[in-house]
Design a protein around this ligand. Structure first.
Ligand code: ADP
Ligand code: ASP
Ligand code: MG
Length: 424
């Protein structure tokens, strides 16, 4: 007997047919004698549709109300999946984030889990029922509904797996597992059989949307073994766990088109300026990633940084105010950039990765506008139109190409379009 947490993404639940397949999988696990907890995302692209609806009535929807709205998407899934399981003759109980005891911070739209009170979940499992939990949501101590940021159902699943000490957390999605690059952009990408928490965390942090970053923090911190696999096949996927094998120099290439580059022009080159600008941005709770400050000329300098395109509506007024106070010349926003990152724990003992990356990009006529590194990552900012060229040529140059070419077999063209637009 094992305790299994199985999470299903939106595409895996997009139609009644797919939902029935999910229910069958859960019932099979149950009939094999396992205790089963399913975590479900909203059906198809319904989170995107709800967001669009909200923005059609208010360009900046109040964060609390947005959470009230978005949380309904997962509630539709949980009840429908529970009904489909019951139709197969097994008892199922659906639960919202609040009902399953997920307590979060009050930071609406990006809440963090502070506690999981899993007593009720244990009771349901003891009664031999399948628990179906709405992903992506929790509740504050005051009782307000919160959401955990886009892709947050992964975090619900891994956090629940940690809380109930599940033997495995399966993340069912619409590709066969974690690949060496997004297979929809690099068709020669290879499925990775096993990857360390450290590398998967870095891939997720660099923008590989297949697993949410925070879910990987939970997995690493609590030693949850994650199996990322396809909801459409029985093929083995990717195991995310403590490193056991010798690390590859490069285990993955990640691209991220969801950020913009902001350049503040002609900032006076004085002590404390960066602290003022980035202090104001931090206070508005806006994430920034790469930062580059140019050489000072005639007593002024340019400061560039990247930030999510989705946060620009909130960033603009902060910058307007900061610039007034600094006496800078203004700022430029470029939304057509992409960040491309090489990730690999083997980099630590293999110098020259960055140099090789830069020369491959140069040979392919790709200009680099920003660079940042960590112990196991090198990232560059390039022109967004060159994303495919850059990722594919790096994939080949670092010897990652598979003999097989990725073929889309399950998703409709409409679903694919919605996927590629995600994060924007
Ligand atoms: P779900 O709805 O199941 O949570 P997501 O869209 O969040 O699915 O994540 C799966 C998608 O992640 C895939 O369809 C794929 O296009 C994308 N992706 C990006 N990088 C990778 C990668 N390195 N390996 C696999 N998939 C990736
Ligand atoms: N439905 C939410 C989203 O689209 C959460 C998730 O799918 O994980 O971001
Ligand atoms: Mg996801």
């Amino acid at each position: 007997m094992s305790i299994i947490v199985a999470k299903f993404g939106g595409t895996s639940l997009a139609t009644a047919e797919r939902i029935k397949r999910v229910a069958q999988r859960l019932v099979d696990y149950h009939q094999q004698g396992n205790k089963v907890v399913a975590v479900v995302s909203a059906m198809g692209k319904s989170t995107d549709d709800l967001l669009r609806l909200a923005k059609s009535v208010n360009a900046q929807p109040p964060a609390r109300e947005l959470d009230m709205l978005l949380a309904t998407g997962e509630q539709v899934s949980m009840s429908i999946v529970a009904m489909a399981v019951e139709a197969l003759g097994v008892s199922a109980v659906s639960m919202t984030g609040g009902q399953v005891g997920i307590v979060t911070s009050a930071k609406h739209n990006r809440a963090t889990i502070s506690e999981i009170r899993a007593d009720r979940l244990f009771d349901i499992l003891d009664q031999d029922k399948i628990a179906i939990v709405a992903g992506f949501q929790g509740v504050t101590v005051e009782g307000d509904i919160t959401t955990l940021g886009r892709g947050g159902s992964d975090t619900t699943a891994v956090a629940l797996a940690a809380a109930i000490q599940a033997d495995i957390c399966e993340i069912y999605t619409d590709v066969d597992g974690v690949y060496t690059a997004d297979p929809r952009v690099v068709p020669r990408a290879r499925k990775i059989d096993e990857i360390s928490y450290e590398e998967m965390l870095e891939m997720a942090a660099s923008g590989a949307g297949v697993l949410q970053m925070r879910s990987m923090e939970f997995a690493r911190n609590y030693g949850v073994i994650v199996h990322c696999r396809s909801a459409f096949t029985n093929n083995p996927g990717t195991l995310v766990k403590e490193a056991t094998m010798e690390s590859a120099i490069i285990s993955g290439i990640v691209h991220d088109s969801s950020e913009a580059k902001i350049t503040i022009r002609s900032v006076p080159d004085q002590v404390g300026i960066a602290a003022k600008v980035f202090g104001a941005i931090a206070q508005a709770n806006i994430n920034i990633d790469m930062i580059v400050q140019n050489i000072s000329e005639h007593g002024t300098t340019d400061i560039s940084f990247t930030s999510p395109i989705n946060d620009l509506v909130r960033l603009r007024p902060v910058l307007d105010k900061a610039i007034e106070g600094l006496g800078a010349r203004g700022y430029l926003i470029d939304e057509s950039i992409a960040k491309v990152s090489l990730i690999g724990a083997g980099m630590k003992s293999n110098p020259g990765v960055a140099a090789k990356m830069f020369s491959v990009l140069a040979d392919n006529g790709v200009n680099i506008s920003m660079i940042s590194t960590s112990a196991i990552r090198v990232s560059v900012v390039i022109d967004g139109d060159q994303t495919e060229l850059a990722t594919r040529s790096l994939h080949t140059a670092f010897g990652l190409d598979s003999d097989d070419v990725f073929e889309e077999t399950q998703l409709s063209s409409e679903e694919l379009q919605a996927k590629m637009a995600k994060g924007r």
